[in-house]
Design a protein around this ligand. Structure first.
Ligand SMILES: [Cu+2]
Length: 145
């Protein structure tokens, strides 16, 4: 066995041991959902925004073949939005242009990310994981007034 292969095995062993011993999990693994019951499980049975403070909202979004529900989210400028996104069918992406929001949406998990929208405008929301024949139609928008 060459030195390179031994070094690779040792490296992967250390990475694997560190991840397992620290109990590492993806950031999205905190909340789970039965993907076959997304349409009847609160709060995803009524996707949309919920006010949580004077300048903050929670946005519950369902990514499904081949659209987002809701497809348009309107908020005042300066609002901090915590997105909670899940999928009832296949893996989707949740990417908002001009922000750091870029999540993978996996059936059975609720992924989340937070962003404060300070600049008015329309932000494009895209699926960036190929999810099927209608993937290129899958978009939405965040309207900041
Ligand atoms: Cu897609």
């Amino acid at each position: 066995m060459s030195v390179g292969i031994v070094a690779l095995v040792v490296f992967l062993g250390i990475i694997g041991w560190a991840a397992i011993s620290d109990g590492m999990t993806p950031p999205s693994s905190i909340q789970t959902i039965d993907p076959t019951k997304v349409a009847v499980t609160p709060p995803f049975d009524h996707p949309g925004i919920r006010r949580t403070g004077d300048h903050s909202v929670d946005a519950y979004v369902v990514a499904h073949i081949f659209s987002f529900s809701p497809s348009t989210i309107s908020i005042p400028a300066g609002t901090e939005v915590t997105f909670y996104v899940t999928s009832p069918d296949v893996v989707h992406g949740f990417f908002i242009a001009d922000t750091a929001i870029n999540m993978t949406v996996v059936p059975g998990w609720v992924n989340s990310a937070k962003h404060r929208f300070t600049t008015p405008g329309t932000y494009l929301l895209l699926c960036n994981e190929y999810c099927g024949s209608g993937h290129h139609f899958m978009s939405g928008s965040i309207v900041v007034k």
